[in-house]
Write a protein of this length. Structure first.
Length: 242
């Protein structure tokens, strides 16, 4: 297996990932919330580039059957049904509903990766499910959402942990890596084994705690809590293993 890791969506080049499975990572918190919603019975999640685009689409689809989900600077946007905390995506809130979501980083990264062969949604909550799905692939790419165009430690660490698990699963002592994958693997080797510790050490994790979202870090670090396979199918993320 060969692994490619990109630390920001803008680093991604369509020609490099065309035809490949690509895992989009926004551990804190978009991909975790999307996976939580799918596990809770949501029909699907449509990622949007902006709040304006999400609002327009939700109105077009019909607000009786659609939840508008948007976040800015960590908080739910006024007038929206849900924000970006995985605690909000309960079966009571989302079962059988269609979600239109816009977040600062995660949904934009998902849209940027659309040129890939398959776009999968990744987080600690579905770590083993991803390992099982990707173990037979020849080449895999990982796109970290980052934070406002910069590096995000929590996303890179997750990519490194996933690479370690894939290497163990496939029995490969060495995996051909691009520079980003090499760095992610080193972070994975050096970071604490407990995901919660790395999330708390990250800049955005510390900020979320200061904003009152400390409990979300526990949910985002809960390995295999939502063991579903999220797949971007055309423009909507669906549960591929249901």
């Amino acid at each position: 297996m060969e692994a490619l890791v990109y630390f920001q969506p803008d680093q991604l080049r369509e020609e490099a990932v065309r035809g490949l499975p690509v895992v989009v990572i926004d551990v804190l918190r978009a991909t975790t919330s999307i996976l939580t919603a799918l596990a809770a019975g949501a029909r699907g999640v449509i990622p949007a580039e902006s709040l304006e685009a999400a609002t327009e689409l939700a109105v077009k689809l019909g607000r009786d059957d659609v939840l508008l989900c948007a976040e800015y600077d960590g908080h739910r946007v006024a007038g929206c049904d849900l924000g970006n905390s995985p605690s909000e995506y309960t079966p009571e809130a989302v079962r059988d509903r269609l979600l239109v979501m816009a977040t600062t980083n995660g949904t934009r990264a998902i849209l940027r990766a659309r040129a890939a062969g398959r776009v999968l949604i990744g987080g600690y909550v579905n770590l083993t499910r991803l390992v099982e799905t990707l173990a037979g692939e020849r080449r895999v790419a990982f796109v970290c959402s980052g934070h406002e165009g910069g590096f995000a430690l929590e996303d890179a660490a997750f990519a490194g942990h996933l690479l370690h698990r894939l290497a163990a699963r496939t029995g490969q002592e060495t995996i051909p890596l691009n520079d980003g994958a090499w760095v992610a693997l080193e972070i994975g080797r050096r970071s604490p084994r407990t995901p919660l510790r790395i999330l708390r050490q990250s800049a955005w994790g510390r900020t979320l705690e200061e904003k009152g979202f400390g409990d979300d870090l526990f949910l985002c670090a809960d390995v295999d809590a939502q063991p579903v396979l999220g797949l971007l199918w055309e423009r909507m993320i669906v549960r591929a293993d249901s």
